[in-house]
Design a protein around this ligand. Structure first.
Ligand SMILES: *[C@@H]1O[C@H](CO)[C@@H](O)[C@H](O)[C@H]1NC(C)=O
Ligand SMILES: *[C@@H]1O[C@H](CO)[C@@H](O)[C@H](O)[C@H]1NC(C)=O
Ligand SMILES: *[C@@H]1O[C@H](CO)[C@@H](O)[C@H](O)[C@H]1NC(C)=O
Ligand SMILES: *[C@@H]1O[C@H](CO)[C@@H](O)[C@H](O)[C@H]1NC(C)=O
Ligand SMILES: *[C@@H]1O[C@H](CO)[C@@H](O)[C@H](O)[C@H]1NC(C)=O
Ligand SMILES: *[C@@H]1O[C@H](CO)[C@@H](O)[C@H](O)[C@H]1NC(C)=O
Ligand SMILES: *[C@@H]1O[C@H](CO)[C@@H](O)[C@H](O)[C@H]1NC(C)=O
Ligand SMILES: *[C@@H]1O[C@H](CO)[C@@H](O)[C@H](O)[C@H]1NC(C)=O
Ligand SMILES: *[C@@H]1O[C@H](CO)[C@@H](O)[C@H](O)[C@H]1NC(C)=O
Ligand SMILES: *[C@@H]1O[C@H](CO)[C@@H](O)[C@H](O)[C@H]1NC(C)=O
Length: 727
């Protein structure tokens, strides 16, 4: 393909990103003005794992399994896996829950029930009398299961949350996935919840009550229940929660599943939502377990929310423009691509459009002034340099007064290389994706800057640097102990699982390696550098269109099929993860000279075959590790390194294996040969999701001596007889 065509291809995602932002900005749909009150409704009669990519955001220890939301883990295999957990599942779309009504106008536009001259039934808030608050009603069916002869704990709550964020750390036990010891009761939490609590805390009436929680777990209203939330004989209950924004009261009803809504509520309390929650908030559930545990399931969920219209809606012509512009931009892009191949500049139309749109989106990372970042990094001082990535340099920075509450914060500033003409598109790709990714094991994006042709992203500062620094950093870095290594790998797996499955666009990381795994203060893994990540359904990722020296990443992390397809897939990410596992357990880089081999994986495979796999464990640990866990990890590492993409485990299984609730897959004694073209559908997201292969089986063992080795030889010039499978 000629230069023009290539440039054109690269331009497409930019325009697509711009179009995406425009679509995000638009109000959901055009609606008629005739009815005074309109509702938005949704209804789940059961839950399927596919919802997590479209409708629901699943965070913390929650999952969707067996047709239900498992707000806390649902496996009964192992009590240790069930205790001290917290999770949240939220409907991914926010709802507008209140709006200002001009004080001198009679709430005319909205509804008759608002401010009818007597809002005194609400609390004493004068400041809120000029807010119109939406009404909502919901019903949901729960099953809180208590294991025989155990005491249940801790509880489940219906939640109105300010964001799709995971529950805070330390939100297990009595904190119900809502807050933690630090945050509890703080008005900046902006949440309201209806709790069903099965443990009596000092501030609770008993161990079986319903409570109204505003920004904290010490309920502002409570009522003991006659029905047992977690009965000895399992039962399903339906709850109805009606909120009247006019009189500002909340009422909670509860009955056995299948029974009609009872006439009188179990809890009836005043609640001025407008005072506490953010204007756009999310509905969902949270739950926790403590030293005592229960299974907290939601089986079905209906929701009706009054629709508040956006006052400043785009007029019709603007709507046309909004749809038209990206098309025009696309066209312009195509033309520009064809005629000005060599004169592409940073800051052309699509990016400015996207920039403007980003700026106006609520809840997005903030925009920084270039001067501010320049100052923060001491004019991009070499001494502040943290690292050098594929697309730019990362500096440490200190931002005075930039924290949420005006405090000084430390940040990592990624400055994209000016000379790199791809910079702008990488920037947009990264921003589009990272902006919507929220996970406790991903590096958080704080803000961005796009000025003077400079592209910068501002991230949370990771005090402990990257994983490879800890594995190979030399004497000044203390040795990463076994517990931390295991924990880091669990974190990476959970981040990868999120990227592959939970985020609604299915992201592949593309560049998984130890230097991209950052460590926070507590040595928790945070996956960083999504510079190469692309949403699978927006743009088929392709190694070939990268203006790098062939392939991003480092040899040893790259799946063999990538050299043929040039495409990153979820399977190739899993391959990279396998390389990281082996690296972490063995303390050796994936590409290294060891035992006569050139790749770590080959050596480990040989030790496994000879029944001495534990000899692969990092000698620097001096035997201070858990044997069973080390074996588990090494086998998982080998399974992920399977040359056939379809035979590698999926992240779902990887998580279970790391949680020790599933055995690692059976690994064949010899590394199977890489076969091309592969008999198994390779990494094309949709095909592989339908295959159920979750491990290595005897039948998947290929006896061919072609493929893997010879491919590597032809690319890399390395020859090793041991690479050839023996039969
Ligand atoms: C909206 O929902 C409420 C209950 O929450 C209901 O009373 C009302 O009739 C609904 N309005 C419409 C237009 O369906
Ligand atoms: C889930 O998302 C799909 C696709 O956006 C949509 O068609 C469906 O109505 C949603 N379901 C619910 C219950 O919101
Ligand atoms: C405000 O409402 C009252 C009674 O509902 C009505 O008499 C009055 O004319 C209204 N004022 C305006 C400015 O609409
Ligand atoms: C207004 O509220 C007060 C106190 O709650 C009540 O006594 C009165 O009847 C209410 N008036 C109207 C018009 O609703
Ligand atoms: C949700 O609504 C449907 C239809 O009205 C009803 O059949 C179902 O029982 C409701 N589910 C819950 C949990 O209220
Ligand atoms: C509570 O959560 C906040 C925010 O995530 C965190 O900074 C804090 O350390 C947590 N506190 C505890 C006791 O875990
Ligand atoms: C509430 O939280 C903020 C940070 O989120 C903190 O600055 C403030 O001190 C907290 N307030 C209280 C009373 O703890
Ligand atoms: C529970 O609510 C009642 C009022 O319904 C109140 O008197 C009591 O103090 C509350 N109990 C606790 C422990 O907060
Ligand atoms: C609760 O609901 C689930 C799903 O509908 C059903 O399988 C189960 O039998 C119910 N349990 C009880 C005790 O009714
Ligand atoms: C669970 O948390 C409690 C309270 O923090 C602690 O005492 C207990 O050891 C924890 N249990 C496990 C298995 O971590």
């Amino acid at each position: 393909m000629g230069g023009a065509g290539r440039s054109l291809l690269r331009r497409l995602p930019t325009a697509a990103a711009a179009a995406l932002f425009l679509l995000l900005l638009l109000p959901p749909t055009a609606h008629s003005q005739s009815t005074p009150k309109e509702n938005v409704t949704f209804s789940f009669s059961s839950f399927d794992d596919s919802f997590r990519s479209t409708n629901l955001t699943v965070n913390g220890d929650s999952s969707i399994a067996q047709g239900a939301l498992q707000i806390t883990p649902d496996t009964l295999n192992q009590a240790s896996y069930l205790v001290n957990r917290s999770g949240r599942v939220l409907y991914s779309q926010p709802f507008k829950l209140w709006e200002y009504t001009p004080a001198n106008v009679n709430g005319s536009s909205s509804s008759s029930s608002s401010n009818n001259g007597n809002s005194s039934s609400s609390s004493n808030s004068n400041s809120n009398s000029n807010k119109y608050v939406a009404s909502f009603s919901t019903s949901f069916t729960i099953n809180v299961f208590r294991q025989t002869n155990t005491t249940p704990g801790e509880g489940i709550a219906f939640l109105i949350a300010p964001s799709l964020d995971a529950p805070p750390p330390g939100s297990d036990g009595g904190y119900l996935g809502l807050t933690n010891a630090t945050l509890d009761g703080n008005a900046s939490n902006h949440f309201v919840a209806v709790e069903l609590d099965t443990v009596k805390q000092p501030y609770d009436p008993d161990d079986n009550h319903v409570g109204l929680d505003v920004n904290g777990v010490v309920s502002v209203a409570n009522a003991s229940l006659d029905l047992q939330i977690a009965p000895v004989a399992p039962a399903n209950y339906t709850l109805w929660i009606d909120y009247d924004g006019g009189v500002r009261r909340i009422r909670v009803y509860m009955a056995a599943e299948g029974r009609p809504q009872p006439p009188s509520p179990v809890l009836d309390a005043p609640l001025d939502l407008g005072q506490f929650v953010l204007q756009r908030s999310y509905f969902g559930f949270s739950a926790s377990t403590g030293s005592d545990y229960e299974l907290n399931c939601v089986l079905a969920w209906n929701m009706t929310v009054e629709r508040l219209r956006d006052k400043k809606r785009l007029p019709r012509w603007a709507l046309g423009l909004a749809v038209g512009l990206p098309c025009a931009a696309l066209l312009l892009g195509l033309i520009a691509g064809l005629y000005y191949v060599r004169r592409r500049r940073v800051g052309d139309d699509p990016s400015m459009l996207a920039g403007a749109l980003l700026r106006s989106l609520p809840g997005t990372p903030r925009e920084f002034d270039y001067k501010e970042l320049k100052k923060a990094t001491n004019n991009f001082d070499e001494k502040m340099k943290l690292g050098q990535g594929g697309f730019g340099t990362v500096y440490e920075g200190v931002l005075v007064g930039a924290g949420d509450n005006g405090e000084t914060i430390e940040v990592a500033v990624k400055k994209f290389a000016r000379a790199n003409t791809k910079g702008q598109e990488e920037f947009l790709a990264e921003l589009t994706i990272i902006n919507r990714l929220r996970h406790r094991h991903l590096v958080r994006l704080i803000g961005w800057c796009h000025q003077n042709g400079e592209l910068l992203l501002v991230y949370d500062y990771m005090p402990e640097g990257s994983l490879d620094q800890h594995l190979f950093g030399g004497p000044e870095k203390p040795l990463l102990n076994w517990a931390r290594r295991y924990n880091v790998l669990s974190g990476v797996a959970s981040a990868l699982h999120y990227l592959h499955n939970e985020y609604d666009q299915r992201v592949v990381h593309r560049d998984l390696k130890a230097s991209n795994v950052m460590l926070d203060r507590d040595f928790n893994a945070r996956l960083g550098d999504f510079g190469l990540a692309r949403a699978l359904d927006v743009d088929r990722t392709s190694y070939a269109d990268l203006e790098l020296d062939g392939v991003p990443g480092t040899l040893g992390y790259i799946a063999p099929e990538c050299f043929h397809t040039g495409k990153a897939t979820r399977e190739s990410d899993v391959y990279g993860f396998g390389a990281v596992i082996l690296e972490v357990v063995c303390g050796l880089r994936p590409r290294c000279e060891v035992g006569g081999f050139h790749y770590l994986v080959d050596w480990v495979w040989k030790l496994y075959r000879e029944g001495r796999i534990l000899e692969a464990v990092d000698v620097r640990l001096a035997g201070d590790f858990v044997g069973a866990d080390a074996e588990r990890l090494l086998l998982l590492g080998l399974a992920c390194s399977h040359p056939i993409p379809g035979e590698r485990p999926k992240t779902q299984d990887i998580m279970q294996i790391l949680l020790r609730s599933m055995q690692p897959p059976a690994v064949p004694p010899f590394k199977p040969a890489f076969v091309w073209p592969s008999a198994v559908p390779d990494g094309d997201g949709e095909t592989t999701t339908t295959t159920t292969a979750s491990g290595l089986t005897g039948s998947s063992y290929y006896a061919s001596s072609a493929g893997w080795t010879s491919n590597y030889v032809s690319r890399d010039g390395h020859v090793s007889e041991d690479d050839v499978p023996m039969v």
